[in-house]
Design a binder for this molecule. Structure first.
Ligand SMILES: NC(=O)c1ccc[n+]([C@@H]2O[C@H](COP(=O)([O-])OP(=O)(O)OC[C@H]3O[C@@H](n4cnc5c(N)ncnc54)[C@H](O)[C@@H]3O)[C@@H](O)[C@H]2O)c1
Length: 259
């Protein structure tokens, strides 16, 4: 049966590949991005997040079956704070009411294995408190520091994964029959990582930081299969899981310490 999916970050990389896969399978996809999408909005701004909800409601006729909150940035900038956490949460919360007419509503967001890297505690606390002005202010401080700016990305992704853990079992999500989960990819060959993977030397250095013993760097289509399943009717009981699709970096870094 055809379902209606909303995918953010649909103009490139993982989002585009997921949109293609779901369309090939006969579904309707409403792609969202800052450009080149069905719905063009800037998820770093309050206005863009409001427009997202209005435009998706219009385009869908008021009912959708799944939200894939995937848009993100990897630059060590304040915009990354705004998009990766507040843009993703606004997508999930803003579009959630449109799931109420679906017989199999689903929601998934794209975190990262970088959520395992040491986080900046001040930024993490501000994100988890939902305090965007404080988070943006700390993001600006980190962005100005050559030693600390690299922590911005992983911190936003750790906060997003924790937000999923904190919210998945609550009344608006599990209580409404909506599985809410996240994925945590390792290194995927997309425009986001092109500079990091364009030479043998660069790939070697990256794989030291992100060890992926199982089949190494992979393609966006490999991630699309997982996002498609997590947002499908078949996934009715996964609640608040952060699924690492990372060629093994999570097990290399954390071993069995998650118990
Ligand atoms: N590529 C990787 O190795 C990797 C690893 C882990 C997690 N991720 C995550 O996967 C997701 C997709 O990344 P990708 O690798 O496909 O990158 P990508 O750069 O190819 O695609 C990201 C998309 O998000 C959109 N976007 C960025 N800012 C936006 C904004 N303000 N408003 C609306 N759209 C915006 C971009 O325009 C782009 O189309 C991101 O959340 C990223 O952090 C990627």
């Amino acid at each position: 049966m055809s379902r209606t999916y909303v995918i953010t970050g649909a103009a490139s990389g993982i989002g585009r590949s997921t949109a293609e896969l779901l369309t090939e399978r006969g579904n309707r996809v409403i792609g969202v991005d800052i450009h080149n999408a069905d719905v063009n909005v800037d998820l770093s701004t309050a206005e863009g997040r409001t427009d997202l909800v209005t435009q998706v409601a219009d385009a869908s006729g008021g009912t959708i079956d799944a939200i894939i909150a995937n848009a993100g940035l990897a630059s060590p900038t304040v915009a990354t704070v705004a998009v990766n956490f507040f843009g993703a949460v606004a997508t999930l919360e803003g579009l959630r009411p449109l799931l109420s007419g679906s017989s199999a509503p689903r929601a998934v967001t794209t975190a990262s294995m970088a959520s395992l890297f040491p986080a900046d505690k001040v930024l993490l606390d501000a994100l988890l408190a939902g305090d965007e002005p404080a988070a943006l202010a700390r993001g600006a401080e980190l962005a100005d520091s050559p030693e600390l700016s690299a922590q911005i990305y992983g911190t936003t992704k750790q906060a997003l994964a924790k937000w999923v853990r904190r919210n998945a079992a609550t009344e608006p999500w599990a209580g409404a029959g909506v599985p809410l989960n996240a994925i945590a990819p390792g290194v995927v060959a997309t425009p986001m990582t092109a500079d990091l993977t364009d030479s043998e030397e660069a790939r070697k250095a990256l794989l030291q930081q992100v060890p992926m013993p199982l089949n190494g760097i992979f393609e966006p289509r490999d991630v699309a299969y997982l996002l498609a399943w997590l947002s499908s009717e078949e996934n009715a009981h996964l609640c608040g899981q952060v699924v690492f699709i990372d060629g093994g970096s999570d097990v290399v870094i954390r071993g069995d310490s998650t118990w």
